[in-house]
Design a protein around this ligand. Structure first.
Ligand code: PBG
Length: 325
């Protein structure tokens, strides 16, 4: 039995009916807003390839945090731009590193904001790779020790969630063990579990000045052609103790989000990355697309695919748009 008995258009007749049968509801509760911090005072420097996104200092970060809370966004993820970089990324786990200072200030002023920290060496190393380098190779096991130091220092500062994004093997287990041993058994791990080696990270690397100085990240980040491997990566991270698993990027990887959500019983996060953000902003600036509608559509599609949480540079705008609708 089909037409004329079946007329799916009946359920699209007007906006109230559409609202009643809508399957996916985007909410500000789902958003995590990424932010970049550096040393200094009164800094609010726009990132050229990411209009409306800024490098901040701790004082301006606090001003932004207040606005974020007012908009109802529950969480932020912090990326640090250190004063100086070295081959082992020392500033990443220094007691007075930029992230450690930022987390302490945030928690002092706004204890309720959920603070996520990115655990990775690439912003802090002079070579820009996410691990220790020897003979131009990225060494897995020696990197784990540095990542655990970084995670502990973030927890010590008051981070609620640590998010390892380096893609070294075994890092979730190493970080979980180290956190527990140091009394941080309530700190959540959100692992960048299926993180692809993607060209869509371009603008972020401008913002964090973290482009690898030689080679690329293909020996640790995943091949965009692979899907089964994502299941394996996620399975390992959950076994190792990840509480939340992430797929990154989001828009080109909706099938991966769907598979991961279908297969596992943990919250799934998706990272709507810098390149995805900048493409929409650039097209909207040219009046080639409707900015607000495109933002809401893109985020709704990410949620429909199965993401419980969405890391997005659009979080503030989307929160405002959702409030108006
Ligand atoms: C650090 C890290 C990156 C991003 C998040 N954490 C860059 C990279 O892996 O090169 C990208 C985020 C974005 O593009 O918005 N490893």
């Amino acid at each position: 039995m089909s037409f004329p008995e079946h007329r799916p258009r009946r359920l699209r007749k007007n906006s109230n009916i559409r609202r009643m049968v809508r399957e996916t509801r985007l909410s500000v509760d789902n958003f995590i807003y990424p932010m970049f911090v550096q040393d200094g005072k009164g800094i609010k420097k726009e990132i050229p390839s990411m209009p409306g996104i800024y490098n901040l200092s701790v004082d301006t970060l606090l001003i932004e945090a207040e606005e974020i809370l007012k908009l109802g966004i529950p969480a932020i993820i912090l990326f640090g731009i250190p004063e100086k970089k070295d081959p082992v990324g020392s500033e990443g786990y220094a007691k007075n590193g930029i992230i450690q200072k930022s987390v302490r200030a945030l928690k002092e002023n706004f204890p309720e904001i959920v603070v996520v920290t990115d655990v990775c060496l690439c912003e802090y190393t002079s070579h820009g790779h996410c691990g220790v380098v020897k003979n131009n190779l990225i060494e897995n096991d020696p990197t784990l020790e540095l990542l655990t130091k970084m995670a502990i220092s973030h927890a010590q500062a008051g981070a609620d969630i640590v998010a390892p994004s380096d893609m070294m093997d075994g890092r979730v287990e190493a970080i979980r063990c180290a956190l527990d041993k140091n009394g941080y058994n309530d700190v959540i791990i959100m692992s960048y579990a299926a993180k692809y080696s993607s060209s869509f990270y371009g603008p972020f690397r401008d913002a964090a000045d973290s482009t690898p100085q030689f080679g690329d990240r293909k020996s640790y980040q995943m091949d965009p052609a692979n899907a089964l491997e994502a299941i394996k990566e996620v399975e390992l991270d959950i076994e190792e103790g990840a509480d939340i698993v992430m797929v990154k990027p989001a828009l080109g990887y909706l099938d991966i989000i769907y598979r991961v959500k279908d297969y596992f019983e943990v919250p799934v996060a998706a990272y709507n990355v810098s390149g995805e953000f900048s493409m929409i902003e650039a097209a909207a600036k040219n009046n080639w697309i409707h900015r607000e509608n495109t933002i809401i559509e893109a985020l709704t599609c990410i949620k429909r695919a199965g993401a419980d949480l969405i890391l997005t540079y659009f979080a503030k705008d989307a929160a405002r748009i959702l409030k108006q609708r």
